[in-house]
Design a binder for this molecule. Structure first.
Ligand code: ARG
Length: 461
């Protein structure tokens, strides 16, 4: 234990299981580059206030360049039992390269508490920017399909019961709207992640007058965290990322569930590409929508990381506590799962084929019962009354055993004399759909407008 960076006061050794229980190097090595970048910026700032000479800073910078190369070429040797985390590992190796006389000055005024928060925020900020690109690509795929397949008509459902005819594109855009909100939330989140904790020290702030703003600028942070205790205590930036991801994954999950249903033989609206389906080890005919099922399943997993982390932090006293190390794995897993999921969803969507004939043949005239009621509304009959009249037409068709549009005009007029010859126009799916010209409706013109709005929303601000 004396060999550890913090070993001065210790005489006894760590329990062997405690060594592995405590160490975080096997996952926090992910940010080796960010940790080095942060250390170089910190050393530069220390050279400006005379803690390091110009030569010492140059040696540190050069030494870290070598450490970085070792990580990149996979030759960095982690010393088990000594390299507790990425911070200690990098500093240990720097000391071996440039000598501990100079390397030993690097950590002046700094704590792993501000160091770890800095590295995590740098890493997460870049990941969130990548997620922005992935989500934008999903939205582009979605709007391109909505445009290309605007003439495909299908049933719209409520309670999973046939409700009213819609365009396939309208269904697509309903998820596009949710995903665009997710993108908006992501872009609001990034600036809250991209704040600099460095210079907070362990909790009270740097005593040597270090220029925090200069460090933040070098690292590309938008601004500083304004209280040193908050700076080291805060993992809200991870929690919020996972909350954001949970919401997005919920949307992906519902979207996947719809497509799973639409891809069954009973529906047959869509066919998944082979690239995103798998077979059965027993039943030769099977083609299963595993990609969509995994998307649905993994949404639960992301939600789980979010809950888990919130439980870990909820009762902590002020500032840094080792419990905060638990934020790491939830962050890494949540980000990777979400990133993979968005890309899989984009792959599924860009490769599936739709079967417009099947969609269309799932439409049935009873789905136009509302239009029949609206027909009488246009003749001045109160809707509550027309609803009832149309319901009686539905019942009549059912008892006659014919589709509603196969009833004769005379039969309709027996239900209500106000039905005229032109009533037969009600029984057109196209007519029904294209009457929904309101903003956000399912008519062709409204759907084209929605596509335009969606495309404007994804433009980077
Ligand atoms: N591995 C630690 C973490 O991820 C680094 C910070 C350690 N700080 C400390 N005071 N023990 O949280």
């Amino acid at each position: 234990q004396e060999n550890m960076l913090w070993g001065g006061r210790f005489t006894g050794g760590l329990d062997p299981l405690m060594v592995t229980y405590n160490e975080s190097i096997h996952f926090d090595r992910t940010i080796y580059a960010q940790d080095i970048k942060g250390s170089i910026a910190y050393a530069r700032a220390n050279s400006k206030i005379g803690i390091l000479t110009a030569d010492e800073f140059a040696a540190i910078e050069k030494g870290f360049q070598q450490v970085l190369k070792e990580w990149e070429s996979n030759t960095f040797e982690i010393k088990p039992g000594v390299d507790e985390d990425i911070h200690t590992a990098n500093e240990r190796r720097l000391g071996e390269i440039i000598g501990t006389g100079v390397a030993g000055k690097l950590h002046t005024g700094r704590s792993r508490n501000d160091q770890v928060a800095t590295g995590m925020r740098l890493w997460l900020r870049d990941q969130l920017r990548l997620l922005d690109e992935h989500l934008t690509a999903l939205l582009r795929t979605l709007s391109a399909r909505a445009k290309a397949e605007i003439s495909a008509l299908m049933p719209g459902y409520t309670h999973l019961q046939r409700a009213q005819p819609i365009r396939w594109s309208h269904w697509l855009l309903s998820y596009g709207t949710a995903f665009a909100n997710d993108l908006e939330r992501l872009r609001q989140l990034i600036p809250r992640v991209n704040k600099s904790p460095l210079g907070a020290g362990a909790l009270v702030g740097n005593p040597f007058g270090i220029d925090r703003a200069a460090i933040a600028k070098e690292l590309g942070f938008d601004c500083l965290i304004n209280n040193s205790m908050a700076a080291v205590a805060d993992r809200d930036f991870v929690v919020e990322t996972l909350q954001w991801a949970s919401m997005l994954m919920t949307h992906i999950s519902r979207w996947a569930e719809d497509l799973i249903i639409y891809s069954t033989a009973e529906f047959g609206f869509v066919r998944l590409a082979d690239a995103y389906s798998t077979g059965s080890s027993l039943m030769p005919q099977k083609k299963n929508p595993d990609s969509l099922e995994l998307l649905r399943g993994k949404s639960g997993r992301v939600f789980g990381t979010m809950c888990g982390l919130m439980m870990s932090v909820k009762g902590l006293p002020s500032t840094y506590n080792k419990d905060l190390q638990e934020s790491w794995e939830t962050m890494l897993d949540g980000v990777k799962t979400t990133s993979d999921s968005i890309q899989i969803a984009t792959g599924v969507l860009s490769t599936l084929t739709i079967v417009p004939e099947k969609m269309r043949s799932a439409l049935s005239p009873d789905m136009l019962a509302t239009d029949l009621a609206d027909y009488l509304v246009r003749k001045g009959v109160p809707f509550r009354e027309t609803h009832h009249i149309s319901g009686r037409v539905v019942a009549l068709a059912e008892s006659e055993g014919v589709p509603m549009d196969k009833l004769s005009l005379q039969q309709l007029q027996e239900v209500d004399a106000r039905f005229g010859k032109d009533v037969m126009q009600c029984f057109s799916y196209e007519e029904s759909i294209n009457k929904r010209t309101v903003i956000g409706g399912t008519s062709e013109q409204s759907v084209l407008q929605q596509i335009q709005i969606l495309e404007n929303r994804n433009v980077k601000k």
